[in-house]
Design a protein around this ligand. Structure first.
Ligand SMILES: Nc1ncnc2c1ncn2[C@@H]1O[C@H](COP(=O)(O)OP(=O)(O)O)[C@@H](O)[C@H]1O
Ligand SMILES: [Mg+2]
Length: 228
């Protein structure tokens, strides 16, 4: 699903590489946790894999596509159709309902909308799959942090992505609520044939997934174990 070779990343104006030659293979259906201290480059790596940052060196291939060489239009399509992205801070729009937030995914990138009724039905379906049946018409401002994160997961799933990327999905949640989100991810992973890559900073709620990758000093180390 993901094949990365010699990935280096340096932000403009900086003297050091954040990522110093990352090599990584993730098979379809894998559930991988990416850990490391704050500032080690987890978000940087997720952004690159998610097609949000294409200013890097090395080769990044996802689902058979060479991300670095995609034209704008294909990159937009890649972001919309192949990847679901859950950001740390939810990124929900407060003035839209839950269903509208979730259906926003239909409008990302090229192509455009395709029938409000169908979008609404799909939004309700994914909201139900994250345990929020009946929340379609509520505003995110009325929801708890855990519920907001579920809406963000629902939105990421809207277009039936093959790859789900999550940036510290439990970062803003208490331990119990974060644990519920991790349980939800495990369930979705087994039910939806998803490949999942989820970042967590050191000291956060325990990692999930079958593989644990650690970024340290710009490099990747793997610990194979049954994490959870
Ligand atoms: N847009 C940016 N411009 C310059 N430096 C950045 C930018 N984004 C992140 N960095 C730096 O890159 C390093 C890795 O950041 P990040 O990927 O956000 O780490 P993590 O997600 O593991 O906390 C940090 O030192 C951070 O300060
Ligand atoms: Mg981060």
């Amino acid at each position: 699903m993901i094949r990365i070779n010699g990935l280096c990343k340096r932000y403009p104006g900086s003297e050091v590489d954040v990522l110093k030659g990352i090599d990584l293979e993730i098979a379809a259906g894998d559930f991988v946790s990416l850990v490391g201290r704050s500032g080690c480059g987890k978000t940087t790596l997720l952004n690159i894999v998610g097609g949000l940052d294409f200013d890097f060196e090395g080769r990044v291939e996802v689902d058979g596509r060479d991300i670095g060489s995609l034209a704008d239009r294909d990159l937009a399509r890649y972001r919309r159709d192949t990847v679901g992205f859950v950001f740390q801070a939810y990124h929900l729009l407060d003035h839209l309902s839950c269903a509208e937030n979730v259906a926003l995914a239909a409008r990302f990138g090229a192509g455009g909308g395709s029938g409000a009724k169908r979008e609404r039905a799909r939004a309700e379906e994914v909201l139900e799959s994250v345990g929020l049946a009946g929340a379609a018409d509520r505003r995110p401002t009325r929801l708890s942090g855990g519920e907001r994160q579920r809406v963000a997961v629902a939105r990421a799933l809207f277009n039936r992505p093959r790859l789900l990327l999550l940036d510290e999905p439990t970062g803003n949640l208490d331990t119990a609520t974060g644990g519920e989100i991790l349980d939800l991810l495990s369930t979705l992973h087994s039910e939806m044939a998803l490949t999942i890559l989820a970042a967590t900073h050191d000291g956060a709620i325990e990692a999930v997934g079958r593989r644990l990758l650690r970024i340290s000093d710009g490099r990747l180390a793997e610990r194979l174990e049954d994490v959870r």
